[in-house]
Design a protein around this ligand. Sequence first.
Ligand code: BYC
Length: 333
Amino acid sequence: MYTQALDIHPQLATPRVASADEHKQAQFEDTINREGKIEPRDWMPAHYRKTLVRQISQHAHSEIVGMLPEGNWISRAPSLKRKAILIAKVQDEGGHGLYLYSAAETLGTSRDQMLKALHTGRAKYSSIFNYPTLTWADVGVIGWLVDGAAIMNQIPLCRCSYGPYARAMVRICKEESFHQRQGFESLMVMMQGTPEQQAMVQDAVNRWWWKCLAMFGPPDSDSPNSEQSKRWGIKRISNDDLRQSFIDATVPQAKALGVSLPDPDLKWNEERQHHDYGSIDWDEFWATVNGKGPCNKERLATRVKAWDDGAWVREAALAHANKQQARQTKEAA
Ligand code: BYC
């Protein structure tokens, strides 16, 4: 029977036109796959934006909370030289916080919002800064091991797919590597000193070693964010791989320093071409992350006080900026 209907072969049918959103998504994925950079004005999936704000703001909070354990020693540094170095280092950490808050602001979240999340305990910051600095040797160990772990984690972030974060990290990593060397050098001097000074360094290493290994985050099998972050080129190397690289790099440094690392299971594995190591206390890590570490309350209270005490400075700066803007507008009119 004849009919007006035409049977169109599926391949000859008019192709479905991609929606504007699908086009943007494809462009975004293409940039990621080409190892290009996503910039603030580019379209990006909401989850990519949210992940970046989470990670960058946590990182910024870690920098400014990280000023506190070392800052406690500025007034007690053993010489003018060490005091000047420590002031400069703590100031650098404050600067890192500022670069990072600025990078996160390009994603549309204000600094006030981020700080509110920190001050109300909703935001995380690195677990490592919730432990006390009991002796001067702790300051050197923070430089050597904490900054050393930070560099290991942060060098790959210089290749992060989000442009402003990647660029901030280049400068931060240069400064962190100086911090690490000054920490190592100050410990080297102590290790050439009296038996009491040597014991002080060993005690500090014993207390910080395991906390530094936990800094890299939970094992890959328990890391909910890793897979997606790696796919998006935010994270380049996994938590466990970075931890392993840090251990492998630190063992010879400890030997050069003349200290032992507090892990009876730490030994070279010829087959793996890496060091084996003992198990990390993840219960203790999570308790600290969730607010129950030895210094969580003190750290947060200090930050909140600094924010409240600085209100008049912010108000004055804002009033000055408004006055200048009004003057410029008047002159332009
Ligand atoms: N502490 O799925 P995961 C410095 C959280 S500052 C607290 O693996 P992700 C310095 C994690 O946030 C050093 N929380 O997460 C400053 C997540 O929770 P949410 C700071 C941690 O993001 C002054 C959950 O655990 N460096 O260098 O894929 C003086 C599951 O983890 C920690 C940075 O911030 C921790 N240690 O990977 C000296 C670097 N680890 O958010 C030195 C940038 C994990 O889902 N950040 N958590 O609720 C990163 O590279 C990544 O965010 C991490 C975690 C490797 C830290």
